[in-house]
Write a protein of this length. Structure first.
Length: 199
């Protein structure tokens, strides 16, 4: 039986489960920069609570981390680094079964158009008829993954034998300029040309 729960992971959870998909954490820069303490608490205390639950009931746990652990520091990626470390420490010290997925830029239906992520930003700008804003330099690249493919990857990782961390994304990368132009062509080719952001 599949049980989907929305809970506040910074509080202990008393349930009996076989698998835990720990996906809790704001991923949008707008949201995690607005409340960095809550972001850290979710990543650290929330992960400790989910690891404690996994230990208590003997469940396998899958932690969703981020490709951002490779980048510059912020409350989001530092929290994910700590969560990964805690997860591996619980694995080594308590023998719980773990899986770690480092998720790359996910997109798809029901994305919040105002969440501050690059795909939704470009879509919103094109829908409003605005020029898309591409930060300098326009050559930075990202890997993107469709949400259904991401879910499939998470399920396969959970049920497979690889502990991870596994990078879940698309091996192909786009420059931000290519992404902006693709979004414009798919939605409204008549929108003004892509512009550079003034930084």
């Amino acid at each position: 039986m599949l049980l989907l729960m929305t809970v506040h992971v910074t509080q202990p959870l008393l349930v009996e489960v076989d698998q835990i998909y720990h996906l809790a954490c704001p991923t949008s820069p707008i949201f995690y920069k607005h409340n960095p303490v809550k972001t850290i608490k979710t990543n650290v205390i929330g992960t400790l609570n989910m690891l404690g639950l996994a230990k208590r009931v003997g469940a396998r746990i899958l932690l969703t981390s981020t490709s951002e652990v490779y980048g510059v520091r912020s409350c989001y990626d530092e929290g994910k680094r700590v969560a990964e470390t805690l997860t591996f420490d619980y694995h080594r010290q308590h023998g719980i079964e773990i899986r770690i997925a480092r998720i790359f830029n996910t997109y798809g239906p029901r994305m919040n158009i105002d969440n501050g992520r690059v795909v939704s930003n470009f879509i919103a700008q094109v829908v409003r008829g605005e020029a898309q804003t591409v930060q300098k330099p326009r050559t930075q690249t990202r890997s993107f993954c469709y949400v259904a493919d991401m879910v499939d990857g998470l399920i396969k990782l959970m049920n497979g034998d690889n502990t991870g961390p596994i990078n879940l994304g698309n091996p192909g990368e786009f420059t931000m300029l290519e992404l902006a132009e693709n979004v414009k062509e798919l939605i409204n080719p008549k929108v003004i040309d892509v512009t550079r952001a003034k930084i």
